[in-house]
Design a protein around this ligand. Structure first.
Ligand code: TYD
Ligand code: MG
Length: 462
């Protein structure tokens, strides 16, 4: 390709193409190719040049002590793996309006007590940020604010004599490198802006927090490339209509990725929710059919949520399946097992499944709770109110053990549940490991064993 000839760069995966096409060959996305000047031109071989000797370090050499920067917002610190690591770059993705700016403003105001903090806004005016901070009662925090979008200026501030220890860039999509012709927000701009900022931050051990907006199909706008460049990727998610917000680690070079942090959006900003189960169960109504409480696990924390199902006769040839907060393929599997292994005629109905509170569950351990609420809705039989359910379902209808049953049961007992439908316990040396929890445990070996609780799965609604 001729030098500086325009290329068409996929805004989803970042691959570049010689010609425009409706669909990106590399990732299969539609309408994502945008004309850009190529950001980098691969040289043919290295040519001549003076090479420097590499300085290597032994793996077991004593590591310098790098204390993490703790915000004091426990939900945030846990997700970041125990505080921010100096010199690391953290990307915080999320839908517009979900509360990323609010979260980072609160975090940075807490951090400012012990270290220099810089908040760069490319979207709002400085005055707007100040007003928000004072409304949140953080107006006195010693944070430096600036409205800037040119990466050159920001890098100068990160390199300057009074450089910050922590810098927030809100958002990376508004930043631009003045040497590139493409508009802010395109892959080339986002990638080079991030690379420059990260390089500057690593030079001085600055913690860099980048905000990234998410496109409507769920990827951080444009750059999946960005996810490779940063050390940690956090997603801030939640349903618009609900006040709960969940911070989830997707990638973390310095900590686990299965932790979540739960927040509640209030009129005074984001409040930490240290006992999310109580919150997720708060809106539970009386004895209604089609609901089951799932005792789940998010990272190291047990989390109880209500799963709701509505099974209704379908007027359509192809019945509808609408799922919020769970995996549609997993629902199809549970339905198929109910049909084929338990003889429950459910497939011809419209099925709506909802995880209450806007939480998204990824654990297969929710299978049995889903099956229970489907059966409950189908038969019009409520599950007893004091019961929690968990267990993975296999294709032959067997219920499989899941991790940490005791932790789940303890949380259930703590919240006043007195019965649990659980998988058979793992046998060690012929004996079942004893569970020491103050809760009545019913071991369910196969999905068929659930049926008697629901009149053997026959519809009794009408
Ligand atoms: P914001 O942090 O601006 O979202 P993002 O940066 O992800 O685009 O949050 C904006 C939303 O949060 C807005 O819809 C109003 C709501 N909000 C509150 O409910 N209470 C508050 O105290 C604040 C600051 C925002
Ligand atoms: Mg914002």
């Amino acid at each position: 390709m001729a030098r500086n000839a325009p290329a068409y760069v996929c805004q989803s995966c970042g691959s570049s193409h010689r010609k425009w096409a409706g669909r990106c060959d590399a990732c299969g996305e539609w309408n994502t190719l945008v004309e850009e000047l190529p950001a980098e031109i691969v040289p043919r071989g290295l040519g001549r040049g003076q090479a420097r000797r590499l300085d290597t370090v032994a793996l077991d050499a004593p590591a310098p002590e790098t204390p993490r920067r703790i915000t004091g917002i426990a939900e945030f610190d846990r997700v970041s793996g125990g505080g921010l690591v100096p010199g690391s770059a953290v990307l915080i993705g999320g839908d517009p309006g979900i509360g990323k700016s609010t979260l980072l403003l609160q975090a940075v105001c807490r951090l400012a007590a012990g270290q220099g903090c810089l908040y760069i806004t490319g979207e709002e005016a400085v005055e707007q940020v100040r007003q928000r901070a004072s409304r949140l009662g953080l107006g006195k925090a010693p944070v430096q604010l600036a409205a800037a979008t040119n990466v050159r200026d920001i890098v100068a501030a990160l390199d300057g004599p009074d450089r910050p220890d922590v810098a927030v860039i809100d958002s990376i999509q508004t930043m631009y490198v003045d040497q590139l012709d493409s508009a802010p927000g395109t892959v080339a701009q986002v990638r080079s802006s991030a690379a420059e900022l990260i390089r500057a931050a690593k030079r001085h051990g600055t913690c860099l927090l980048l905000v990234g907006h998410v496109t409507k199909d769920g990827t951080i706008a444009g750059p999946r490339v960005l996810e490779h460049m940063v050390d940690t990727v956090l997603y801030f998610e939640g349903e618009r209509g609900h006040q709960f917000r969940i911070l989830r680690a997707v990638k973390n070079r310095f900590g686990p990725t299965d932790e979540i942090g739960v927040f509640e959006m209030t009129d005074a900003g984001l409040a930490e929710v240290s006992n999310p189960s109580e919150l997720f169960l708060a809106e539970r109504s009386g004895d209604v059919s089609g609901a089951a409480v799932f005792a789940g696990l998010e990272g190291t924390r047990p989390l109880l949520v209500e799963i709701q199902a509505l099974v209704a006769p379908s007027p359509l040839g192809t019945p509808r399946r609408a799922v919020v907060g769970w995996d549609t393929a997993r629902l199809s599997m549970v339905l198929a097992v109910l049909e084929a292994r338990c003889g429950v005629a459910i497939g011809a109905n419209d099925i709506f499944l909802n995880v209450a509170g806007g939480l998204r569950i990824v654990e297969p351990a929710a299978d049995m709770a889903v099956a229970a609420c489907l059966l409950s809705s189908l038969t019009g039989t409520p599950l007893p109110r004091d019961t929690v359910v968990f267990g993975e379902i296999g294709l032959s209808g067997e219920v499989r053990p899941v991790s940490q049953p005791e932790l789940r049961l303890k949380e259930a007992a703590k919240l006043g549940f007195s019965r649990a439908l659980v998988p058979p316990r793992r046998r060690r040396g012929g004996r079942a490991a004893g569970l020491k929890v103050p809760i009545e445990v019913h071991e369910i070996a196969s999905l068929a064993a659930l049926l008697p609780m629901f009149g053997n799965g026959r519809e009794t609604k009408e």
